[in-house]
Design a protein around this ligand. Structure first.
Ligand code: BES
Ligand code: MN
Length: 455
């Protein structure tokens, strides 16, 4: 190891407790992007990130407005002629409900065992801080060997609705050789992982109306359609017996898996047993003819994210509800188009909805899937860094989750993303008791130090 590398890694080791305190500070701010009540917290978090960048000697740090929540930008271009890395992150988090299932408050970071618990620890304030701490360790002990730019957004968890327009308006500012995106995760604590694919998303709300007010289910039950049952039947019809999605034309533009990719999937440790253990489900369930890891990352899906209708309080109430609603979303793969999927959903409902109800379909922001190139200097530098720290071969996976910015950077900025992250499958992302495994997080920071030097 060269001296500069070694002193940077030593700095990181000596500052572990300060690094943890900083992570605790940023996850204490409730930056829930979906909730208008938290708008001031979005600004506070953006300002917090900007202050941290300034403290690292990053230049031109600005909290830049968008049509939604602000983007934090900064740059250090003191290595002319060298690579420029655009470091992506998001400072927003998912809502915390159901709150009663958290063992400690979602914004009261608490260490239990080897984990730090709080919303955003893993997704992805922990990953943002690992990147910033790696930069800190280098700038405090020597000099960055490459140029860096930062783009830390506040709307990822709501589908980045304002980001494409903002990036298109700032193409020159964002010029870079590639993007480091640490918003993905690892297959397991012993498996350093690089992600090369992400699924896209198409998200809907389906509202079903029956009678014009709630009815006594004894007086009127049997003579009018129950909207809850109509909605359940519509949803049930969205899959066939083989677990395939029955929206007309849904699979037309699905890119088939290659034999080579299937071979790689067979070698990954994400077996049926892995999914059973991670989920606690009694049995697995999915599209016939595919491996579980393919079903969960490389094939499209349709899910109900929530539904509501009628009486859900304690005890019983004999009511025939006037209304039923479901949140329905599809994870997409290349080359599906979210807008086309919306049209397919409309066509399905037009063909299948009975005359006995009225329905409305709303579409929320969508994102196409993306595949990232692996034959890139950035990927090689990262793979080598991860292998140095973990002393194990890197696994290459496709992620079932979505990160809209990755595809948008390809189309708007023409740059590829190198995707990694130091979160684990049991980190409870988007769920109560989100946590980050601190020893893995620390290794991640050290790996990123090596990454910057490898470039
Ligand atoms: N970090 C996640 C995506 C992810 C999850 C990567 C698990 C690797 C492992 C990201 O913040 C996320 O949750 N994205 C949303 C995007 C959506 C709202 C458009 C998602 O996938 O649900
Ligand atoms: Mn995330």
């Amino acid at each position: 190891m060269t001296d500069t590398r070694k002193t940077a890694v030593e700095y990181a080791r000596q500052h572990q407790s300060e690094f943890l305190d900083e992570l605790k500070a940023i996850v204490s701010i409730p930056s829930v992007s979906s909730d208008a009540e938290h708008k001031p917290d979005m600004q506070t978090t953006a300002d917090w990130v900007a202050a941290k960048l300034r403290a690292l000697g990053i230049e031109k740090v600005q909290v830049m407005p968008t049509d939604g929540h602000p983007v934090v930008y900064g740059e250090w271009l003191g290595a002319p002629g060298k690579t420029t890395v655009l470091i992506y992150g998001h400072y927003d988090v998912q809502p915390v409900d159901p709150l009663e299932l958290w063992k400690t408050g979602p914004f009261e970071p608490t260490v239990r065992g080897e984990n730090l618990y709080a919303r955003g620890t893993s997704d992805m304030k922990g990953q943002v801080m690992a990147s910033l701490h790696a930069i800190e360790a280098i700038v405090k002990t020597s000099r960055l060997p490459v140029n860096v730019k930062f783009m830390i957004e506040g709307e990822e968890e709501i589908g980045s609705p304002s980001l494409a327009k903002w990036m298109a308006a700032h193409k020159d500012l964002l010029k870079a050789d590639f993007c480091l995106n640490p918003d993905s995760g690892m297959i397991g604590a012993q498996y350093p992982t690089i992600t090369y694919g992400l699924r896209g998303l198409a998200y809907f709300e389906l509202r079903v109306y029956g009678p014009d007010h709630d009815l006594h289910s004894g007086v009127f039950g049997g003579v009018v359609q129950n909207p809850a049952i109509a909605l359940a039947e519509l949803i049930a019809g969205m899959h066939d017996a083989d677990g395939r999605i029955s929206l007309p034309g849904f699979y037309d533009s699905v890119r088939p898996l290659t034999a080579e990719e299937h071979e790689n999937f067979l070698r990954l440790p994400t077996t049926a047993e892995f999914y059973k253990q991670q989920t606690g489900a009694p049995e697995l369930h999915g599209e016939a003819g595919f491996l579980p890891v393919e079903q969960a990352s490389a094939r499209p899906t349709l899910d109900v994210n929530g539904m509501i209708s009628g009486f859900t309080g304690q005890g019983q109430k004999t009511v025939l509800p006037a209304f039923a609603m479901a949140k329905i979303s599809c994870r997409l793969v290349p080359d599906q188009d979210p807008e086309a999927v919306y049209q397919q959903m409309l066509a399905y409902l037009q063909a299948r909805a009975p005359k006995t109800i009225r329905w409305e379909l709303t579409k929320f922001s969508g994102a196409p899937a993306s595949i990232s190139e692996l034959d890139l200097p950035g990927v090689r530098a990262l793979a080598k860094a991860l292998e140095t720290i973990w002393d194990a071969p890197v696994l290459y996976k496709r992620e079932g989750g979505s990160i809209p910015v990755v595809g948008e950077m390809q189309t708007i900025l023409g740059i590829q993303s190198v995707l990694t992250g130091f979160g684990l499958p049991d980190d409870n992302l988007h769920a109560p008791n989100e946590k980050i495994h601190l020893p893995t997080w620390t290794k991640g920071t050290e790996a990123l130090i090596h990454f910057f030097f490898n470039l």
